[in-house]
Structures are given as C-alpha cells and as structure tokens.
Design a protein around this ligand. Structure first.
Ligand code: SF4
Length: 688
C-alpha cells in the first residue's frame, strides 16, 4: 500500500557475499535500500561489515533482473507464463528420464541459495529422478579442505568459531588473501595482532595486505605448500616439540605418519619450495612457541591438484602440535560463498545425503528411502565438474542448474560451453540472464535473498535466518517455490508452505541438525552444528572427541606429487583470486554502480623485474595464453607479485574471464579444478 511504502522497515538479513556470514538490519522504504546497519547482536560480525555487505545491494533493483520465465524459440527466447515454463521443464526432464534414466540428468544447487532450497533440489534429484547427480559450487572451492578434514578429524567444517581466531596466539594463514576475501575476519586478526600481540605467519605467492602485516611471510614456489608444511612438521617432531600427550591420548596412526615424513627434509623443502631453510625453521619455532595456533586457508591451497592432500597436511600439523579442541586452535578453511557450507551440509553433494551421511551407507540410505518413499542408488553421482566429461561421454543428457554461472566460474570455459551446447535439455534458474542461460531451453526467474526466507550456514558452521526484506521483483519467485513447482509437475506430492517445514524434516533425518528449528533461530539467534536434540549447539568442535567411532583423530600419511611447473612454451605461472570489491563472476557486483565504478575491469599483475625484461608498462594491453585458451587484459606492474609469477582477479568478464585460460586438470580426490596451477605466456599487444 501507499502507506507501507513510505514507512521505513528494518529487517534482519545475512550478507550473501562471503562465508563470514555478517548479519545486519536492512533499512528499506518499499524497494529502496536506505541503509545496512550492523548490530552488536550479529554473532559473526558484531558491528563490522565490509564494502560488499554495506554497498553491494543495488543489483536487487537492477533493470537486468529476470522477471518472467523464458522459453527458447530457435535462436531466441520468448517470455512465457509460469505454467507453460514449468510444464516445459517437467516434460523435458521426464522425457530424458524415460529415454536414458534419471542418471542422465545433473542437478546443480546454488551455494548462494538457502539451505532449504538446496535440500529440496537434492531431494528432487534423489526422490523424483532416482539419481545422486547433484552438487554445488563447493566443488570449485573448498571440497579439498573438507576432504582433508574428513580424513583427519571427521567433520567437514571450521573446527571453532570466528571469535576463536581472535584469541589464538598464532595465526598460520596459507593461501588466503583474507583482507580481500574475508574482510571481517581479517579485521579481527589485525585487531588481535595490535591489541593482543597475536603473531601472524602468512604463506602465499603474492604479497597482499596480510602478507605485508605478517610477522613472517614465506613465499613458496606455486603448488608446493604440501612440501614445506610436511617439512616443518617433520622438523617439529625431530626437535621433540610434538605434543606427546595429545598424540597418545587423542590420535591414531602417528608412527606410520612420522615415517611418511622422512622424505621431507629441510634440504628437500628448500630446494622444492624455494623457501630458505632459516625461514622454515622459524615457522617451526613460532608454532612451537605459541600456546594456541589457528590455521586459516582458502583457495590458494585447495585449487591445486594436491588440494586435498595439502589441506590434510595442515590438519596433520595441527594434530602433531595438539592444536585442536581448545579455544584459539584449530582448522579454518575459509568458505567463499555465503552458503557453500550449508549447501553441502544439506545434501547437495553427489556422495552425501543431508548431514554428511554417505550414500554408500545402507542404513543412511534406508532411512531416507523410507522417509521419501523412493530408491536411492548406492553409488555416488557425477559432481558439477566431472559431469562435464560425462556429457562428452554421452552419460549426461540434461542439466538443471540453479544459480551457478558455470560458463564463467567452471574451469576451461570453452570446453564447458561446448558441453552445454551439446545437452539435449538445459534448465537455468537465476536472478539474471547469465552466460549459462544462453545455452538453456528454459530460463526460470529466481528472486534474491532479500526477497525470501530461509537459512544460511556460514564458515563457522553457524546457521542463521534471513527474513524477507521486500517482495520478489516482477514474477520472479524464491527457488523454494520454483523447485516445488517442478517437483509437483513431475508427479511428487510436495506441499511445503514455509521453509521452516523443510528444516523440521531435515532435523528428523540428519543427526547434526537434530535440534535445529526456526524458533531457535529467531531474529539474530543462531546455532552452530552439530546441534543436539535439546538445541545445544557446538561452537568449538573436538573438545573431547573427534568425529570417528573411536573418538580419536587420524594421522594421514601423504606423498608429494609434482605440480604443473612452467616450461619453455608456457614460461610464466598465473595465479588468480579475488579483489575486495567484486564477488565471483560479478553478476551482482558489476550491477551495483557503487562497486563497478570503483573497479570496472580486470588486469594482469606483473612484477617489476618481468615487466622490465619484457618491455611491458602499466596500462599496456597484453594477451595471456595458456594450453586451454587466451584472454586480453591490461597490465599492472606491481611488486605484489615477483619474478615470473603473475596474478589476475578471478572476476574478469567477457574476453578477460580468467577461466578461459584454466584447464581440465583437477585434484583426483575431490575433483576440484586446479585453477591455480596455470602455466601461461604473455604477449604485449600494444599501448592502452
Ligand atoms: Fe559480507 Fe563477507 Fe563483507 Fe561480511 S565480510 S559484509 S559477509 S562480504
């Protein structure tokens, strides 16, 4: 009503730009966002936010928003009613199921969407189509970290809370550009550094802000983190600095693990990683001197062929030194998407049912089969990376993609586009007409997080509610409704009237969510899983038990395999990552004028020495060429990078999109693309 649109409304919501999960009150008048106001009750952030959370919301009112369903008509799309579009989707998917079986369809859940939506999409895949082909974008980022933690400590999530990071004696930050990727966590570290004398070791190949602030900055050769981590751990044991009591009482497999460290001498590590021996010893000493150590890592570790193993090496090091289960200790793989943790937690994974119950476990399967009255295959399905090869092999014929900009964020985008265009049927559900939507047969307009209700899980396993700030734009709808419409049109009897009913169902089926309910999550209240039936949550994991039947952590021996190094043809190494201002492919942030004016396009960081050698200056246009593709961009000479190492933001678009360059090599354990293992060469095209 006219009256309502003149009143200021304050609604609690949670930021969708990173895994920190800052919550705040959004002040609105109708669709106009007046202010983003963090409040002291915000459990992850208190009164802080960063530029994205504060100013990154204009996209919600962008004139580019999809407001009506679209149906392909030859080379074009035409607008359609919801009825026609859903009918087309249901008929398309059912036809594939009848012709090739449900395993010929891949479902991709959005890591920006809510937990309830992700649960519904995987339920659609499993109950209605009888397939485990369902995944989410954790495959592209932190799946290797999850693998490393499953192997060693048992839960695939941060072991403590963000507040614990503040109380650590020492932060070991590996391959995380925390100041730009998880700004509010970086602020806590900066404060602890200043006020508490907290020490900071940064291991990275780029001298970013946190590296500048570090007490010790080490720069390994790209892709060799496993080597220095293992060498430091070996040195600690050789000095007798391991935590004997902890190892004896709380772990298994130490002897075998200790033996596996034999090749990782300081000499070998120095040679292989390029880190001087004195620095390796200093890292070991600093860990030994600290009463509590938190290890933080992100995609600098995970997006390599050894991503899972390197994550495991970090966890092994924490176990050797007894740095689990106390405040200020533990493992913190920092989650990228706002809900990449929750999307995985709620079962949008090809090998896991909700709450990390394995599809290969007959008991878990039987429980879900009974509840859903269906048959679930015991074999895991294709994930959102391996499904591409499955398309090529003719095994996948259709996809239902929710909120994933696959053609930009997946690795080797030329290949991805080819695969998508060879599908028989593609449904894309998104807020914008994405690059991926170009390949679709039907495009369904989803609404944004501000236009719906549900819950997210942040990087510290914290479940938080979002409330509806404004009505959906045009005819767009919450994924929660759209997925149900599709399920019903395919014959399922689904009638959830509110996301809370989905949560009640999950609580019955997944023990880690046993005591989760919307009542307990009211307002700024939150719960960190696992949550017992009585509603007691777990801010700090492993205080008494690790998540294995015997309660003991497991050491996991590792071997080093050479990463891709530069060669004669591709003589430089290209790294990539975030810039503070943008989020992923930029579909939202480029549509937020406050942000896109500040950082309008991509660039290639080149070291001063390489720039001199190649005659390249800041502002020159360059072509970057890899085995898989080439991009054009602008050179930026900076000493943030050194030698023959280059850096590009991962948020470039069109001709500058980084994943034109990245290839199909991946971590064999998690299938995560090795985005950061990228030899290239550079040619100067001319002056800007
Ligand atoms: Fe949003 Fe992350 Fe910034 Fe917090 S730190 S406001 S969650 S982008």
């Amino acid at each position: 009503s006219a009256l309502r649109s003149t009143q200021i409304k304050k609604t609690k919501t949670v930021c969708t730009y990173c895994g920190v999960g800052c919550s705040f009150e959004m002040w609105t008048k109708g669709r106009k966002i007046l202010k983003v106001q963090p409040v002291p009750e915000g459990p992850a952030n208190g009164i802080s936010t960063c530029i994205k959370g504060k100013f990154g919301w204009d996209f919600v009112n962008s004139s580019d928003r999809l407001t009506r369903p679209l149906i392909r008509d030859g080379n074009r799309f035409r607008e359609a009613t919801w009825e026609e579009a859903i009918d087309r989707v249901a008929r398309g998917l059912m036809r594939i199921k009848e012709k090739y079986g449900g395993d010929a369809i891949e479902f991709i859940a959005s890591s920006k969407g809510t937990n309830e939506e992700s649960y519904l999409l995987q339920k659609l895949a499993r109950q209605v189509f009888g397939t485990n082909n369902v995944d989410n974008s954790s495959r592209f980022c932190q799946a290797p970290a999850t693998t490393g933690l499953w192997r060693t400590v048992g839960y695939g999530g941060d072991s403590g809370s963000i507040s614990d990071i503040y109380s650590a004696d020492l932060i070991l930050a590996v391959g995380t550009n925390t100041a730009e990727s998880h700004p509010v966590i970086a602020t806590r570290i900066k404060r602890a550094h200043k006020l508490r004398g907290q020490k900071l070791i940064v291991a990275d190949i780029r001298k970013h802000e946190m590296a500048e602030r570090a007490d010790l900055f080490i720069h390994p050769r790209p892709g060799t983190d496993l080597v220095w981590l293992s060498a430091v751990t070996k040195y600690i044991i050789d000095q007798g600095w391991e935590d004997r009591k902890f190892i004896e009482e709380r772990t298994t497999g130490f002897e075998e693990y200790r033996k596996s460290l034999e090749p990782f001498t300081l000499d070998f590590a120095e040679r292989e990683t390029g880190i001087p021996r004195e620095q390796l010893i200093r890292v070991a000493e600093m860990i030994h001197e600290a009463k509590s150590v938190c290890a933080l890592w992100a995609m600098g570790v995970t997006q390599h062929q050894m991503g899972s193993d390197t994550s495991t090496a970090i966890s092994n090091l924490l176990l050797v030194t007894g740095n689990y289960g106390r405040p200020g200790t533990g493992a913190y793989p920092l989650r990228g998407h706002n809900n990449v943790q929750g999307t995985s937690d709620f079962g949008a994974m090809s090998a896991y049912l909700p709450g990390y119950q394995k599809v290969s476990d007959p008991e878990a399967r039987a429980k879900f089969e009974k509840a859903w009255n269906c048959k679930i295959p015991e074999k895991g399905g294709f994930d959102n990376n391996s499904c591409l090869e499955a398309i090529e092999e003719g095994k996948i014929k259709a996809m239902y993609v929710v909120g994933e900009e696959l053609t930009t964020t997946g690795s080797d985008t030329n290949y991805i586009k080819k695969m998508l265009s060879s599908l028989e049927f593609l449904v894309v559900q998104d807020v914008f007409f994405s690059e991926t939507a170009r390949f679709a047969d039907v495009v369904l307009p989803a609404c944004t997080s501000l236009e719906k209700e549900g819950t997210f899980v942040n990087t510290e396993r914290r479940i938080q509610r979002i409330y509806k700030v404004m009505e959906p734009m045009g005819e767009s709808k919450p994924d929660f409704e759209i997925i149900q419409m599709v399920a019903r049109a395919c014959g399922a009897n689904w009638n959830y009237s509110h996301p809370s009913e989905v949560m009640d169902e999950v609580a019955k089926l997944a023990p880690i969510f046993a005591g989760v309910s919307y009542d307990r999550l009211e307002g700024f209240n939150s719960l960190q899983w696992p949550v017992g039936p009585d509603g007691k949550d777990t801010p700090l994991l492993y205080t008494e038990r690790f998540n294995f039947p015997d309660g003991r952590a497991r050491f996991y021996p590792l071997e080093y395999r050479h990463p891709l190094f530069p060669d004669d043809e591709f003589d430089l190494m290209l790294n990539n990552g975030r810039v503070l201002e943008h989020f992923h492919e930029g579909n939202e942030t480029y549509r937020s004028p406050g942000i896109s004016e500040k950082v309008p396009n991509s660039f290639l960081e080149i070291s001063p020495e390489l720039a001199r050698e190649r005659g390249i200056e800041t502002g020159d246009m360059v072509r970057v060429i890899s085995r898989w593709g080439q991009v054009r961009t602008v050179a930026l000479v900076t000493d943030r990078v050194s030698g023959k190492e280059l850096y590009m933001p991962m948020n470039g678009r069109g001709e500058e999109a980084i994943n034109i360059l990245t290839g199909r090599i991946m971590d064999p354990d998690s299938h995560t693309p090795a985005y950061k293992e990228l030899p290239v060469r550079v040619e100067k095209i001319g002056k800007k």
